[in-house]
Write a protein that binds this ligand. Structure first.
Ligand SMILES: CC(C)(COP(=O)(O)OP(=O)(O)OC[C@H]1O[C@@H](n2cnc3c(N)ncnc32)[C@H](O)[C@@H]1OP(=O)(O)O)[C@@H](O)C(=O)NCCC(=O)NCCS
Length: 155
């Protein structure tokens, strides 16, 4: 585990795709953003942006934004490796990436989260997201999701 001094938050690209997929496989519940091979993913990566928590070229956290056809962005694939959780890295990753995405003048920034995932729900609330909707079985996994959107005052 690191002291945290040399962790960088930065926009990352395809070079981190394998590590991003590994983080998801290890620490996230399905449906995963990156369930495919690098070859399958490369063509669709253009529609996505990803920010990473990076230490010595190792990805220890990430968040993605996918552009939709209405000029909005869906935040997805948020994860911080367990050793680094509870130390504000998730909050910093979201606030820094949001700042950059907001500069693109999005019509909306939204996400879907399992209401049972309290660390994630609390994190999003603290970052200025509010609950829009309750969506039963959104991803056909028998679980419900909250749709949360960044408050209008922040857009
Ligand atoms: C959700 C996740 C990204 C949070 O990352 P993190 O680096 O621990 O987040 P932070 O340290 O910035 O915590 C932010 C806030 O979340 C809340 N929080 C964090 N861990 C929590 C926990 N175990 N229980 C309840 N609330 C928690 C706290 O309110 C915290 O703010 P505070 O410390 O000022 O009170 C991390 O737990 C994770 O990777 N989970 C697995 C993947 C996942 O579920 N992703 C979300 C998919 S929608």
């Amino acid at each position: 585990m690191s002291s945290g001094n040399s962790i960088e938050i930065k926009k990352v690209g395809l070079e981190y795709l394998d590590q991003a997929a590994d983080l998801e496989k290890q620490y996230m519940l399905p449906p995963l953003t990156f369930p495919f091979s690098k070859e399958e993913l490369e063509p669709i990566f253009n529609d996505r942006m990803m920010w990473g928590l990076v230490i010595d070229n190792k990805l220890i956290g990430k968040v993605g934004y996918i552009k939709d056809k209405n000029g909005g962005f869906e935040l997805d694939g948020m994860v911080v490796a367990p050793d680094y959780r509870g130390r504000n890295w998730g909050s910093k990753l979201i606030s820094q990436s949001l700042k950059e995405v907001l500069m693109l003048n999005p019509s909306k920034i939204y996400l879907y989260v399992n209401p049972k995932n309290s660390p994630a729900v609390v994190l999003y609330l603290k970052q200025g997201f509010a609950v829009d909707d309750w969506i039963p079985n959104k991803f056909n996994d028998g679980e419900n999701r909250l749709k949360m959107s960044l408050l209008k005052t922040r857009i």
